[in-house]
Design a protein around this ligand. Structure first.
Ligand SMILES: [Zn+2]
Ligand SMILES: [Zn+2]
Length: 286
């Protein structure tokens, strides 16, 4: 782990590039600093004092957060809470010199990379082990809760799990929201990976054999699929065709008895009987 602000920049730019590569364009990067255990108590004190007089006007969530983690009240998604929070003390106003310098380093690094960002002083993280940088990516097409990714620096995480004081920074992606954002921007989804081998089975023993075979094929870096819908053999062949499988391996209980499988080349239609023991080597060669 590194405390260097460019570690934050690298992680943020990784997320940024990931969204761009997917084809997403209409999204914003929100950025903030929430300070360190050294400077946070001063903010917490000021914020608690501010909140005490308006607490009765806030939503039940905010009220329950007041004792546990008042900082989280700052990014309550409730609009009436946000109105009450105008002028509330934000962490960035209370950061120590080291935290201010770190934050500046992150902003300078992002600017150098041409990654636009919006500073949002009310952006916070919910857990105590977070320090310094907080960031979120928001799609223009999803509402206030529309973060398609969020992350930050968590220098206190490893220690809070009982380990040494190792700093860290990272992010998570909201897959469902990301898909919504991609659909909203009409980004074409890439075609599914081409299927190398489809395992068609007939009978319970064959089904079990296919399960282990599937794992072996995938370990050999082949894209392999098997029927899990209880389809008839005929329907399985159709499914293999729909998936564009190059080969279909047909295994029935009878073939298992004889230690063989039927391999069908879907392009030529040729069928050959292959000993089960040679199946993997034969398919990986082709
Ligand atoms: Zn600090
Ligand atoms: Zn609230």
């Amino acid at each position: 782990g590194s405390r260097h602000p460019y570690a934050d920049v690298e992680v943020i730019s990784l997320a940024y590039r990931f969204y761009r590569e997917l084809g997403l364009r209409q999204f914003d990067l929100l950025l903030n600093t929430i300070g360190c255990p050294g400077c946070r108590p001063a903010h917490r004190k000021a914020l608690s004092e501010f909140l005490a007089s308006i607490l009765h006007l806030l939503c039940p969530d905010c009220q329950s957060r007041y004792e546990r983690n008042p900082m989280r009240i700052l990014d309550c998604k409730n609009e009436s809470c946000q109105l009450q929070l105008q002028g509330a003390p934000t962490p960035v106003e209370y950061v120590c010199d080291a935290c201010a310098e770190h934050y500046q380093g992150v902003k300078d690094g992002l600017t150098a990379l041409g990654i636009a960002f919006t500073e949002n002083p009310r952006l916070v993280r919910g857990l105590d082990y977070y320090t310094n940088t907080a960031f979120e990516f928001h799609s223009a097409y999803i509402g206030a809760q529309g973060a398609i990714g969020a992350g930050g620096r968590y220098d206190g995480l490893v220690e809070s799990c009982g380990g040494p004081a190792i700093p860290g920074v990272g992010f998570g992606i909201g897959t469902e929201r990301l898909i919504l954002a991609l659909e909203a921007e009409k980004v074409a989804f890439p075609p599914a990976a081409e299927v190398d081998v489809f395992l068609a089975t007939l009978g319970a023993k064959a089904e079990q054999k296919a399960l282990t075979l599937l794992a072996e094929l995938r370990q050999a870096n082949l894209v392999a699929e098997v029927d899990l819908m209880g389809r008839s053999l005929k329907a399985q062949m159709k499914q293999a065709g729909r998936l564009g499988a190059k080969y279909v391996v047909v295994i029935g209980d009878d073939e298992i008895e004889r230690g063989v499988a039927v391999v069908r080349d879907m392009a030529s239609g040729d069928q050959t009987e292959v000993p089960l023991s040679e199946l993997l080597s034969q398919l990986t060669v082709e």
